[in-house]
Design a protein around this ligand. Sequence first.
Ligand SMILES: [Zn+2]
Ligand SMILES: [Zn+2]
Length: 77
Amino acid sequence: MSAPESQTPSTPPAVGGGASAPTGPAKSCSSCGRALIGWGVVSFPCPKCGSLGLGRCAQCRDQSVGYRCRVCDFQGP
Ligand SMILES: [Zn+2]
Ligand SMILES: [Zn+2]
C-alpha cells in the first residue's frame, strides 16, 4: 500500500494592501462591479455565511443579475 505524497501549500497567498479593512459594506456591485452610488443601490450580508460585502446596483437588481459571495462562493439572486 503506497500512499502518494501530496504537498499542500501551507502558506496562503499574501494579501495585498492592508490599509482598508477586508470586511465591510459593499462599495461596488457584486454583479457588474459598478460603484454603489445613486438611488436603488443596496448592500446586504451574504444569506449563507452572513459576511458583509455583497452589493447590487439598481440595474442588476432590475435585471435579476446573479451574484456570488467571495467568502463562501454562494451564488444566487
Ligand atoms: Zn450591477
Ligand atoms: Zn457568503
